[in-house]
Design a protein around this ligand. Structure first.
Ligand SMILES: Nc1ncnc2c1ncn2[C@@H]1O[C@H](COP(=O)(O)OP(=O)(O)OP(=O)(O)O)[C@@H](O)[C@H]1O
Length: 828
């Protein structure tokens, strides 16, 4: 591993320490209790999102004489970038963490860019991470270095060689660059806070040597004096008590218990390496990986424990030892049990369950996992993730979910090369380390939300992961040796296939999961979601009663989604309210009768639901109140979160012939609106309407699509807009229970559209009765569940004429003869 290109990030989170200085090359244990430092650790280290997150800046506070007016010490302007080697935490008697950090290099703190909840500073690196050879032209400096090395070896001679750090430092004395040597020696000796700050401030090598040499000399003199008169306790400054001989390499215990800092004890380092060796052996690495790991372990043995590199290598070797190279969970595949499990956990979803069982059956017969990767595609909250979890459960495998939403970096998947400071393995390898077996079910969630950033395309890296031919030799950049992923069962989920790169799409078998009907939601709520929520809130079934009517209200008036996630949240809110009531009751109330009546169960009737959740969010009354007026029509739209009912309101007023479109529309939808208006203008006469240029020149038209916060696009509202305009100009209302969808051409021909099943479900959810669809979409109706179909009437149309006939009360009179209409269509 070369370290020539290494540099620290420009912005780093800061850890403020008091009365102590971390010098580059040395390691230190820092107990953390202050709220700022705790916040930094929680958000930057325990929640590692970015690869640079293990690098922090350790900045001392200024000594006391620099107190500012408020009495708080400002930060010193020079600090030390450090790699966090270990974080340990305790929660008792009060929460605190201890960090083990190794100093890398100095930096100057230019400015703070964030102060709350923790500090983040912009820094300029002052030391190089890899130091070039010493400048041998400068004789004065060479002399200084020489005398420093002499003093350093003198000091080391006087220390206890049984201490492995002392022994190692002694061995490396000749080769260690003077920059590091000065810092390391200064960190070993007893020196005051101010003296150490001066060494920290000395960026220039000769300056640093000049500052640390006297400290070294003083320590040597002190030790010599102690040797001569071991009982002389008055020479306190130099005194190092015999029992504390090795303590010379650590500050005395009472010092660091006061300032809460300590250098790393390294006596047990040999044991640690031994342990690591054993762990590596137990992990049964394949020969190629074992060779690399052992080589790194050997390098680790040779390095000083306090050198920055040793922390990095140790982390690598530990990962190698912890990865499940040869550990699998025993697989239990019984198709009958799998069917029972899937049915028990999920209601409906028949197509998906059937396909999953087929997939598992083939795996069982073929006894391997090669085959297409399943990808569940559907709106949010329809149970894609939870089916993945159930599959892992029936197979008796571990489950790990990797959320790919927003991932735009190749190294998220494939890790970062170890030359990068703070490098970490990719999410796949991290996942394997977490589950500890090499055959988990890995759910690649939201595969449609990958994006390409400046650091490569994560989709390209996923291609290799998902390809059964290649993934037996998957090379993570951090690991740098192949890891066999062929035993991992990958399942992907997506909301839409539109944004999945074609090459990735090609490797997956898509299984569409549709939104649920109202009835299905009622079943899911009562059989699955409610029992789950009751249990989560510590409620028992005798404490609360949920009449079916209340669930119906919840489904129809408080949620309007394709999945059931909001429904689950609303049930959770109701359970919380009940839990508060139950918790407030006396123990006696829970069992005793009160005037002959028990206070339990609490009955959540419609009034109680409204009381807790507030007034209904979606009431059909609100939709109905606008329908049935001239100029209002109901369309159907498809979005990535399922079908939606789309209200179109058209209005006209005196003006200068302006067309105003509002409601967060995309370009295609705006074009559709213009097209519909032009169709109305050209054909108005056929419908007995007087819409000429003169009229339009003095009329402003405003077409609004309520629910302005929701983006809308696509051509399928063309028919609805045209119908709304005809209704407006003819002043005849459209039937209130009709929804329509279809793309319209300038000649009024209706073209087929996408997402029909979702749209029909949305119309059904909204309680509409008739759906007007393009004729060519008739074939899509076989996907719609029978119980939905039976509640709706479908009118299949190929021209706006038929739309108007079906949508207007009593039909719409046309002036044109059917022959004329036929000739118009045949010309297209
Ligand atoms: N058919 C069903 N039967 C029982 N519970 C269900 C069903 N569908 C969804 N759920 C429940 O709904 C909740 C949300 O499901 P889940 O998180 O799996 O949705 P998702 O489709 O993965 O959504 P997203 O695309 O947002 O990740 C879960 O608690 C799940 O158990």
């Amino acid at each position: 591993m070369t370290s020539m290109m290494m540099s620290i990030p420009r912005q780093i989170p800061l850890l403020v320490i008091d009365e102590e200085v971390l010098l580059p090359g040395s390691s230190m244990k820092i107990p953390v209790t202050s709220s700022r430092n705790m916040a930094m650790i929680k958000s930057r280290l325990l929640n590692q999102r970015s690869l640079t997150s293990t690098i922090i800046g350790v900045v001392p506070k200024e000594p006391e004489q620099h107190l500012d007016i408020s009495g708080t010490a400002p930060l010193h302007t020079v600090g030390t970038a450090a790699v966090v080697v270990q974080v340990t935490g305790i929660s008792w008697p009060q929460p605190s963490f201890t960090l083990l950090v190794t100093g890398l290099c100095r930096f100057r703190l230019e400015k703070l860019v964030m102060e709350v909840p923790y500090l983040v500073g912009v820094v300029t690196q002052l030391d190089k991470l890899a130091v070039d050879d010493e400048d041998d032209d400068n004789q004065e400096l060479m002399d200084l270095i020489q005398s420093f090395r002499v003093e350093a070896s003198k000091l080391l001679e006087m220390l206890d060689v049984s201490n492995s750090t002392v022994a190692r430092l002694k061995r490396m004395l000749g080769t260690l660059p003077a920059h590091h040597l000065a810092d390391l020696c200064a960190s070993l000796v007893n020196a005051s806070f101010i003296e150490k700050l001066q060494v920290l401030d000395a960026v220039d090598l000769s300056e640093r040597l000049k500052k640390s040499l006297p400290l070294l000399v003083r320590q040597i003199e002190g030790l010599e004096m102690l040797r001569k008169s071991p009982n002389n306790r008055t020479e306190k400054h130099y005194a190092i008590q015999p029992k504390n001989r090795v303590m010379i390499i650590r500050p005395q215990r009472d010092t660091y218990s006061r300032s809460d800092h300590a250098l790393v004890p390294s006596d047990d380092e040999g044991d640690e390496l031994q342990e690591l060796h054993q762990k590596l052996r137990a992990a049964k690495l394949p020969p190629h990986a074992s060779k690399v790991a052992m080589k790194e372990l050997q390098r680790l043995k040779k390095l000083a424990s306090m050198s920055p590199e040793s922390g990095i290598i140790r982390t690598y070797v530990e990962l190698m030892a912890e990865l499940p190279w040869s550990k699998s969970s025993p697989e239990t595949l019984d198709i009958n049990k799998a069917r029972q499990d899937l049915d028990a956990d999920h209601y409906a979803m028949d197509k998906l369950k059937r396909r999953v069982l087929e997939y598992l059956a083939v795996r069982q017969l073929k006894n391997n996992l090669r085959g297409p990767i399943l990808c569940f595609v559907g709106p949010p909250g329809v149970g894609k993730t939870s089916v993945g979890r159930s599959i892992a459960q029936t197979l008796g495998r571990e489950f790990h979910r990797i959320s790919l939403g927003g991932s735009c970096n190749q190294s998220d998947i494939r890790g970062h090369r170890r030359t990068y400071i703070g490098a970490m393995p990719g999410r796949i390898i991290q996942g394997l380390k977490t589950v500890g077996v090499n055959n988990p079910v890995m759910l690649l969630d939201e595969i449609d939300k990958l994006s390409t950033g400046i650091h490569g395309d994560p989709a390209a890296a996923l291609l290799e992961v998902l390809d059964p031919e290649q993934n037996c030799n998957f090379v993570d950049h951090y690991l740098n040796v192949p890891f066999d992923l062929s035993k991992v069962m990958f399942i992907a989920t997506a909301n839409t296939t539109r944004t999945i790169p074609p090459a990735l799409l090609d490797r997956m078998e898509l299984i569409h999961v549709q939104g649920y009907t109202q009835e299905e939601k009622l079943h899911i709520a009562s059989r699955h979601l409610l029992p789950k929520q009751l249990e989560e809130h510590g409620l028992e079934s005798h404490m609360v009663q949920f009449p079916m009517e209340s669930i119906k209200i919840l489904v129809s008036c408080y949620t309007r989604e394709a999945g059931v996630r909001t429904l689950e949240r609303k049930l959770g809110a109701l359970c919380r309210a009940v839990a508060v009531h139950v918790a407030e009751m006396n123990v006696g109330d829970l069992t005793k009768k009160d005037n002959g009546q028990t206070k339990l169960p609490i009955i959540l009737d419609e009034a109680a639901v409204e009381d807790i959740l507030g007034p209904a969010l979606y009431s059909n009354n609100e939709l109905w109140s606008r329908l049935g007026q001239p100029g209002v029509a109901v369309g159907l739209a498809w979005t990535t979160v399922g079908g939606e009912v789309l209200l179109v309101e058209a209005n006209k007023m005196e003006g200068d012939g302006e067309l105003v479109l509002t409601g967060h529309l995309g370009d295609v939808m705006k074009e559709s609106a213009r097209l519909a208006l032009n169709w109305v203008r050209t054909t108005a006469r056929e419908y007995g309407l007087q819409i000429d240029g003169e009229l339009l020149a003095h009329t402003d038209l405003h077409i609004h699509f309520p629910a302005g916060a929701v983006g809308k696009d696509g051509p399928s509202a063309g028919v609805t807009i045209a119908a709304a305009l005809i209704s407006l100009f003819s002043e005849r209302p459209i039937d209130a229970d009709v929804a329509m969808t279809g793309e319209i051409t300038l000649r009024g021909v209706v073209l087929p559209v996408g997402g029909v099943k979702e749209k029909v479900l949305a119309a059904h959810r909204a309680g509409l009765k008739q759906v007007i669809l393009p004729k060519k979409n008739g074939k899509d109706l076989h996907e719609v569940p029978e119980n939905v179909k039976k509640d709706l009437t479908f009118v299949l149309v190929s021209h706006m004429d038929e739309v108007l006939q079906a949508a207007f009360t009593g039909g719409f009179p046309t002036v044109a003869s059917p022959q004329d209409m036929g000739s118009v269509i045949s010309k297209l």
